[in-house]
Write a protein that binds this ligand. Structure first.
Ligand code: UN1
Length: 513
């Protein structure tokens, strides 16, 4: 259960109408439509938000631009100190924020807490990073010259995030952008507006305490017009967009036209290869959590199983049996494994995908369907389904954000499985389940998985923040979060310094006056 009024008040969110845009200190007097936030958990209205318009967006960007000129003069470790405090504040708010994520988005409470933990982790990562934003020193070909590179703050970063990770994706981008000296304009999903207001409140509280310039953390909850304005806006140095391939493509086109920078983290079509040498004890929880966790609404969710024909029947029997154990219901009840989909549109997409896969020849191994009756009043609870398919089906090639697992066989060598795994337009995450070193190494080799994430004996979802997160092909090519993903939030400058009394030219060119 959840006392939502109490949770909202702990997070400074009104259960009435909230303003949907902020300059980092002040909530903008938005004039847009008032939208309701309904929870998919029980269908009730949690609160309301008055959307920001393009005008409100422009106001936020202006404040963010001015803030950038000040913020970039703070030392990186001083900026890191603010992010350290943000991480501590998130530790304090972990429980209510995790609950609100669970209630507004519909993921399990454990996963809501896990999402807030990802925020804390990236803050810690960013704090360390704030003393490591280093470039290289390079050997110069000219005598008495020193050549090196440095990274400078980039500018205003636009962050577009999706409903499924309504808070973590914001922090992956902003925690890094802030230590890098950038200011941020966040456009969260309209489907989860209250969690974003809660985050903005937490940031504002910490930033005010530290006299951070107003505008370093701004937010505008708005419609597609605001997203479009951001993509076309020359004042936005980098647009980091997480969401559908369709959205990402249109953002990319607009930003490319003005030669701006993008970081795209778009759709996945993640497969798990199960070879004859797989340890079934870890295959089953790995595959099932990957497919039904977050009700299949992660970009890293397991969409496809590619199973060797010699073990296919045995593996599928165990997995189908495991599906029989899945409890679907209120995600705040820790006995349940699967909560609702985000909304009824999503339920329709789920039903349509099952229907069209069947038309293409799919065989149903676990029947899907929408749940009705007590506890399912929101109409958003669906049964995780398993369909036996062929990889080339159009439905299988497409990412549907729902718990539908497509299974297929391969025969012969692991290279055949890798071909199927790579035979989609997306390239986010992938996994192989095997205890055979040769198979595992082939999967990780240059001829192996073509995805940004390739795991061995781990499912496709649940990446740690320390690695770079993102993927290839229609996933968009961007990398967020760990490793050296920070570099996209900065501009690189190569510096060469001559400390002699001569002016030797590079490439040995002679120029005598
Ligand atoms: C997403 O679904 O957009 O790897 C992000 C994972 C999580 C992040 C998913 N750490 O599943």
């Amino acid at each position: 259960g959840i006392d939502i009024k109490d949770v909202l008040s702990q997070l400074g969110v009104k259960d009435g109408v909230n303003k949907g845009a902020s300059t980092g200190k002040n909530w903008i007097d938005t004039k847009g439509d008032v939208i309701d936030s309904f929870t998919p958990v029980d269908g009730s209205k949690i609160g309301q938000v008055q959307l920001g318009s393009v005008e409100d967006y422009n106001e936020a960007v202006e404040v963010a631009t001015n803030a950038f000129y000040e913020w970039r003069q703070w030392t990186a470790p001083a900026r890191g100190e603010v992010v350290r405090q943000l991480g501590n504040a998130l530790r304090e708010y972990k429980e209510p924020l995790g609950k609100l994520v669970s209630y507004e988005m519909g993921k399990s409470y454990q996963e809501g807490l896990g999402e807030v933990q990802e925020m804390i982790d990236i803050c810690d990562f960013a704090v360390g990073l704030s003393r490591q934003l280093y470039g290289l020193t390079i050997a110069s070909e000219r005598p008495g010259h020193r050549m090196y590179e440095q990274y400078h703050p980039l500018g205003v970063v636009g962050v577009i995030s999706a409903f499924n990770f309504p808070v973590a994706v914001w922090s992956w981008n902003t925690a890094l952008a802030w230590v890098c000296g950038d200011s941020c304009v966040w456009k969260p999903s309209e489907k989860t507006p209250l969690t974003s207001i809660a985050c903005q409140n937490i940031a504002q509280e910490v930033f005010a305490k530290n006299n951070v310039p107003e505008g370093v953390s701004t937010m505008v909850i708005g419609g597609p017009d605001v997203g479009k304005a951001m993509a076309n806006d020359k004042k936005i140095a980098l647009v980091s967009a997480t969401g559908s391939t369709r959205m990402g493509r249109s953002v990319n086109e607009a930003v490319a036209k003005r030669l701006g920078k993008v970081l795209l983290e778009l759709g996945g079509n993640n497969a798990m290869i199960i070879t004859p040498d797989a340890d079934l004890k870890i295959v089953v929880p790995g595959a099932v959590f990957g497919a039904v966790g977050t009700a299949g609404q992660r970009c890293t969710s397991t969409r496809r199983l590619i199973i060797h024909d010699s073990i296919y029947d045995k593996v599928m029997k165990i997995i189908v049996d495991a599906y029989g154990q899945i409890k679907i219901g209120n995600p705040l009840d820790e006995n349940n494994h699967v909560g609702p989909l985000i909304d009824k549109d999503s339920v329709n997409n789920y039903l349509n995908a099952i229907e069209s896969a069947k038309k293409e020849g799919a065989k149903v191994l676990v029947e899907g369907g929408v749940l009705e009756g007590e506890g399912y009043e929101s109409g958003c609870y669906v049964k995780p389904a398993i369909l036996e398919v062929e990889n080339h089906y159009e439905t299988v090639q497409h990412e549907t954000f729902a718990p539908i697992l497509y299974v297929m066989k391969y025969s012969g060598e692991v290279t055949e499985a890798i071909k199927l795994q790579n035979g989609v337009v997306q390239g986010l995450s992938s996994a192989i389940m095997t205890t055979n070193l040769r198979e595992a190494e082939q999967f990780l080799s240059a001829q192996g998985s073509d995805c940004g994430i390739a795991n061995v004996n781990i499912g496709t979802s649940g990446a740690e923040i320390g690695g770079a997160f993102g993927g290839e092909k229609e996933t968009g090519g961007g990398r967020e979060s760990g490793s050296d993903a920070w570099k996209v939030y900065m501009r690189r400058q190569t510096n060469t310094i001559n400390y002699t009394t001569e002016l030797p030219l590079a490439q040995g060119i002679k120029f005598d006056l």
